[in-house]
Design a protein around this ligand. Structure first.
Ligand code: UTP
Length: 477
């Protein structure tokens, strides 16, 4: 292995990062120095220069010291805007819709899709958004989102800028995908890509991992990276220039997302909220979803891994789960609020996640671990909640609005996402008076696909669909 002195002498421009790597006990990064090409050496040094070794060491040490719930105070369930059932609630929702629609018409709303994750559980090659998902046409997730944006534009005669956050790893391929599909009918200037920051993954002793003899394992810094990237990449400025006042934020992998839902936009505006969240009721205490609570005097989302067993299973007198507000990562965020966060200058905390990460062992062989072997550090967007004074938490029906693609098989997989889409369309058709058969589990028997540009919601479908239509097991409109 090359010595620190030789390296520093040969590459004086990189002296600081070489020093930093050696002093942080990461000298193994140069273990294969004599075996790699000059171009690889340069790349490795550049990668090393982009890493703040002391910061990574601090993250690792802080994580070791942290105990479960160490940051949490007493938890209290938050106040929730319910799914409207009573006449009063329906009236409030209608009022919110009108406010939201007016804001959409004024062109104040942008859509922000976070798509920088690696999708490791899904294990597919490309970015998640490129996954073919529509039940009949096989359109990609990105295309579904794009069509919803087009449909909202048509409906409200408006223009909705679409910002997509990628990471260094998937940015090129994501942009190429949009180019090759001609931006799915959207204007090219309307879709704006920006990348988030990256951090190295470490092993359980805090050592950085290598992908190859010249490449360090780097991961996106979490969806909380959105907050910093919006500012650093000039996106906030771009939004302000375009007259955007509020951002509709969602994750790329939710195929049932109601993009720029006017009722949600309206509740957010009506309440002068800084950040708002949609939630669904948790299915069971151990469901792996973060819950929204009140704690330490403000709203918080607590990840399932950070909630104590006792709180996870706590129940109200009526037997319902006490902390059941499952966060589905659909938010409204006001531009003014972002400006306020930047004034704080207080960075979001990093959370450590244990993951299985392939790496190069001491012999230079690639290991695909079967157990968690690495820690990735990620910041979470919902940690900005501690800064909000006003926020709306709106409950929605999971079956109508939340079906994420996380795993290759089983729950939250492409199969469940497709079925959830078909079932949603099946309900719309039934409510329009068309008979659609279902199996014992309530799943539609057959395939249905409704283009958002034909009908964005049940009401639009009811107004447009031929009432005499006979469903023969396969319907695409
Ligand atoms: P997940 O936490 O589910 O991560 O992200 P993932 O990358 O999709 O999948 P795994 O955990 O590796 O299997 C939820 C959403 O947040 C985005 C993802 O693209 C997804 O839309 N995300 C996540 C980012 O944009 N950046 C990140 O650093 C992490």
């Amino acid at each position: 292995m090359i010595s620190r002195e030789t390296l520093e002498k040969e590459y004086p421009n990189y002296k600081r990062c070489i020093e930093s790597a050696f002093e942080s006990c990461q000298s193994h990064l140069f273990r294969w120095w004599d075996e790699i090409t000059d171009a690889e050496k340069k790349r490795l040094l550049e990668q090393t220069a982009a890493i703040d070794f002391q910061f990574v060491q601090k993250l690792f040490n802080d994580n070791r010291r942290k105990t479960k719930n160490s940051l949490l105070g007493d938890l209290v369930p938050p106040q929730i805007t319910p799914i409207p059932k009573t006449a009063r609630e329906l009236e409030l929702a209608q009022g919110a819709r009108q406010i939201g629609e007016a804001s959409l018409r004024r062109g104040e709303i942008a859509v922000l899709t976070v798509a920088g994750g690696h999708g490791t559980r899904l294990g597919s090659n490309g970015p998640k958004g490129t996954l073919p998902i529509a039940p009949i046409s096989g359109k990609s997730i990105f295309q579904l989102h794009a069509e919803k944006i087009r449909a909202v534009q048509q409906k409200y005669h408006t223009y909705i800028p679409w910002y997509i956050m990628t990471s260094e790893t998937n940015d090129r391929v994501t942009q190429d995908f949009f180019q090759s599909h001609r931006f799915f009918g959207l204007d090219t200037e309307q879709v704006c890509f920006f990348t988030q920051g990256m951090l190295p993954a470490v092993d359980l002793r805090g050592k950085l991992l290598m992908n190859s003899k010249s490449d360090i394992v780097m991961s996106p810094n979490g969806h909380g990276g959105t907050i910093i990237a919006l500012k650093e990449k000039g996106i906030l400025e771009d939004m302000e220039e375009r007259g955007i006042k509020h951002i509709f934020y969602h994750q790329v992998d939710n195929v049932l997302i109601k993009i720029a839902d006017p009722v949600f936009v309206g509740h957010h505006l009506k309440n002068d909220a800084e950040m708002s969240l949609k939630i669904v009721k948790k299915r069971h205490p151990e469901e792996k979803v973060g819950v929204v609570v009140h704690s330490n005097g403000h709203l918080q989302v607590i990840e399932y891994s950070e909630l104590s067993h006792e709180d996870m299973h706590a129940r109200n007198e009526d037997g319902a789960l006490k902390y059941d507000a499952g966060n589905i990562a659909v938010h409204m965020i006001s531009i003014d609020f972002l400006e306020k966060i930047y004034q704080h200058g207080d960075a979001l905390p990093f959370h450590a996640a244990l993951k299985k990460v392939p790496y190069l062992d001491d012999k230079g062989e690639t290991i695909n671990p079967e157990e968690n072997n690495a820690i990735k550090f990620e910041s979470f967007i919902f940690d900005v909640l501690k800064y909000i004074e006003k926020g709306v938490i709106m409950e929605v029906l999971r079956d109508d609005e939340f079906s994420p693609v996380k795993n290759m098989e089983g729950e939250n997989s492409p199969t469940t996402a497709r079925q959830d889409m078909i079932n949603l369309f099946g309900r719309w058709l039934r409510n329009a008076g068309i008979s659609v058969p279902a199996d014992a589990q309530g799943n539609v028997i057959g395939l249905i696909e409704i283009n958002p540009c034909f009908a964005l919601d049940e009401e639009e479908l009811r107004n447009k669909i031929d009432k005499h239509l006979q469903f023969n097991g396969n319907l695409i409109v």
